[in-house]
Write a new protein. Sequence first.
Length: 132
Amino acid sequence: SASLELSDKELKISLDIFFSSISYLKRRTNTIPFTIVYIPSVVSSYSWENPVRIRTYHTDDKILINFQDNIKRSQFIRKKIAEFSSENKIDFIDTTGSVIEKGGEEYLHGLLDMGHFNSVCYELISKLLIKQ
């Protein structure tokens, strides 16, 4: 999911840590350009109607999420990363649209590992990065 297991406060802290880390890297490597690449979660890669049950990382609990909440949270995260990237003159590639489009055509997660992408999705993402 798009971090739906995190509270709003926990998500803000997570983004702050991410932005601080990227700022530190940029200061330390100011002559080396780099790009932030956003890859959505498996759950965020499909359009779906019914609620989905996911396992949280830090408690191993299962929570029920719905599509609209997941998309709203995903858009929020991507918007914050895009704003940060723009303000700090860092390239940003958001693969979400292409991944969701491909997810409408075929499965993008593995049969052996339902929580991670399969080779179809990784090939798609690599092609997107090569185009940039």
